[in-house]
Design a protein around this ligand. Sequence first.
Ligand SMILES: Cc1cc2nc3c(=O)[nH]c(=O)nc-3n(C[C@H](O)[C@H](O)[C@H](O)COP(=O)(O)OP(=O)(O)OC[C@H]3O[C@@H](n4cnc5c(N)ncnc54)[C@H](O)[C@@H]3O)c2cc1C
Length: 557
Amino acid sequence: MFHSSQSMWFRKAQKWQLEVDVVVIGSGAAGAVAALAAHAGKAKVAVLEKSDRFGGTTAVSGGVVWVPCNKHMADVGIADSFDDALAYVTRLADGRSEPALIRRYLETAPQMIDFVEGATPIAFKALGRYPDYHPEFAGGRPGGRSLDPGLFDTNTLGPWKDKLRRSPVFGMTAMSVSEATDWGVFSKPSALPFGLLAKRFKQGLVCYGGALSGGLLKALLDRGIEPTLGTSAEELLVDDDRVVGVRARQGDKDILIGAKRGVVLASGGFEWNADLCRRFLGGPLTHPNSPPGNDGDGLRMAMSLGADLGNMSEAWWCPSLMVPGEEYDKRPLHRGDFATRSLPHSVIVNKQGHRFVNEAHNYNDLMKAFFAFDPVAYERTNLPAWIVIDQQYLDRYALLTYVPGMPIPEWLIKADSLDELATAIGVDARGLAATVLRFNRFAVEGADPDFRRGESLYDHFYGDPEHKPNPNLGTIEKGPFYAIAVHPGAIGTKGGARTDGDARVLRPDGAPIPGLYAAGNVMAGVTGAGYPGAGATIGAAMTFGYLAGRHAAQRSG
Ligand SMILES: Cc1cc2nc3c(=O)[nH]c(=O)nc-3n(C[C@H](O)[C@H](O)[C@H](O)COP(=O)(O)OP(=O)(O)OC[C@H]3O[C@@H](n4cnc5c(N)ncnc54)[C@H](O)[C@@H]3O)c2cc1C
């Protein structure tokens, strides 16, 4: 029987407007690598992208790719072992992923990197000083597993130059992740080589996720695969239980695209779908950091065909800050906060004025402390929450659009005393005063026995290496004092269709749905609850994209 997943309006006699071997839905890292791998397997490929730009969240990201045992680690003198990586990821997954899938990921990721470097202009560089997110855990590493895609010249894309998605945050500062680290992007923002960055911007160079997506796009174009932008996949079409195509929406018309060998869902997470977030996530996700196209379309399509789901309560959590009025793709821009809370002279407090977490901890695990629940009061104790800083912070460090030397932005809540600041933000003044008094003692002593801020190598990476005695701890004592709200955000969700080691979408009985694959944030994330290191989301997305594309090209599943 030939039918669509939702309706019977589609008849077999109807012609495809386009017929290929493999249809890929989404142009982020997962989709682009799936398309390249399918092409390498001699498949004719179509890439559908809902928005009018190529690259998805991947293109606005840091572009870092986490791959244990990658060959570039030798260049920075760090050794790795499969068993160490396996033990480490398994611990962080916290029982929410499947052992065989974790193995498959770790076995395949280094091969995937070789494949991507062979197929694209990207030459990755190991980031020797970017630690894993729990570097002190057994199997963790002080650096080297995170790979930097470097810079990319958008002029090589020809007419596609302006169709590559640009980050609203890093889009104009072309510095590689290695350079950003060497130049002290967080701790010495005023010392960045602004002249060089302006020159590079004029030249059309991009960095981070722009460089990664740019390199992937170039490889697709070189193979004659022109992504179809402005085309939203709406429905999977099925014949005799096999997925054979997609109904997509282009402007005000439907088009039917046949997929002789398979369809790869690579449509990202569901973080912009408030309804799905409310129904599934383990905490409120009100301020997603990705572009707003990630609405859970792929998840919905997989569910329509009876896919099993996994890891649905998890996200790649990230505390978010906002500059009022800033927008991206006509929606509010929520900026992930990676450093403000890690630098000296800052704390995060709840409405009682209390600290509740190591503020410098990795963004994914940190966010979970915001969801702590008081069963008696029946409320989340740590929401809302505020970052409190003093003038010493603003004299040295950047904050969102502010760089030292600029006028103090109006969106920062400012007060001459901590008492007045507490009143302005609705926080208990006595609680805040006691917290700051205690924290200031820790800052002078260089150790935080309450929450262990500034203890891990990870914390130090986002701190100020020149600040003594601890790169993450500085007193809050010089007025004026300032506050900004911290919101629950995520750089993407990571729950979705359960897959096997070839990225085939599974039914609840464990059998694959023939012809259907999932990779990236639309699949049940292989790292479960955890975030092993910088680039672990894209590393997994590219790995399962590679597996999906390779397998689909064979038409064996
Ligand atoms: C500021 C920021 C920094 C980050 N830095 C890093 C980092 O350095 N390293 C890292 O590993 N991760 C990072 N992340 C997270 C990472 O970017 C994402 O987890 C990852 O890119 C997801 O890849 P993906 O291919 O699954 O989806 P995406 O890159 O989100 O791509 C999905 C695409 O599918 C499209 N789509 C959706 N629905 C449809 C449909 N119905 N039809 C057609 N197309 C559709 C979307 O428009 C989108 O373009 C960062 C994220 C942010 C926001």
